[in-house]
Ligand binder design. Structure first.
Ligand SMILES: C[S@@+](CC[C@H](N)C(=O)[O-])C[C@H]1O[C@@H](n2cnc3c(N)ncnc32)[C@H](O)[C@@H]1O
Length: 214
């Protein structure tokens, strides 16, 4: 069962304010847990990029010539390795100040399109992209109806959908803006075949990596 660390679900205004506040933090603290040390965080971030890009290379293959839809730009830490490998990356984030951070970090890249939107509000054509790439965003979609709508948009966008989401919080509980669903809840929610599954541990916290598609 999904784990909530709140008595009452934060409303949309609180969620918007939270991401706006996090976007003002320094470096990786904007997109990774504040409860781990900067050293732990930096080392985990390097390892995570390697693990995720290796998972994509092994299970999706080369991104050369492909158009990728990235869900949750943040400060652009995965946008760069994706854009370096793919034809184009369209990256979506609901927080304008996160997108500004990413634009500043990625100003040398010419194949990145930025979109400010919530996932559920995106207008996409069927299979407009080759791959959807999502890291630690669905875990922040607290409302179940929004979650279902987000999955529908992601499934429509591309024949393959990659997600990396927290499934266990280790010893230090996550805050009220995160919701830990199980890998099975994601699998049921997408109702697409699972092509590959793996995991990534970061200071005792578990994320599941799932690739969906035919
Ligand atoms: C934990 S950060 C992860 C960012 C990036 N994927 C990474 O791993 O570095 C979550 C990001 O998702 C964005 N976000 C949260 N809920 C969203 C939603 N429903 N639609 C679009 N973006 C959302 C936040 O603004 C934030 O930039």
């Amino acid at each position: 069962m999904a784990k909530y660390n709140y008595d009452q679900m934060p409303g949309r205004e609180a969620v918007v304010a939270e991401w706006q506040e996090r976007s003002q933090r320094t470096g990786l603290a904007s997109v990774m847990r504040a409860s781990h040390s900067p050293e732990e965080t930096a080392s985990a971030a390097d390892q995570m990029e390697e693990v995720l890009m290796d998972f994509i290379a092994r299970n999706v293959g080369s991104l050369a010539g492909k158009n990728v839809l990235e869900i949750g730009t943040g400060i652009g830490r995965f946008t760069r390795p994706l854009a370096e490998r793919a034809k184009s990356v369209t990256t979506v984030d609901m927080t304008a100040s996160m997108i500004e951070r990413a634009k500043a970090n990625l100003n040398d890249l010419t194949n990145v399109n930025y979109v400010q939107s919530e996932i559920k509000d995106l207008t996409v054509e069927q299979n407009e992209f080759d791959l959807v790439f999502d890291v630690w965003v669905l875990m922040h979609v607290l409302d179940d109806a929004d979650f279902q709508e987000s999955l529908a948009v992601m499934s429509k966008s591309a024949p393959r959908v990659f997600i990396c989401e927290y499934t266990d919080q280790g010893e230090r509980p996550v805050g009220p803006f995160s919701l830990l669903r199980t890998a099975d809840e994601y699998i049921e929610g997408f109702s697409l075949p699972v092509i590959a599954q793996s995991d990534f541990y970061y200071c005792g916290d578990r994320s599941d990596l799932l690739l969906f598609g035919e």
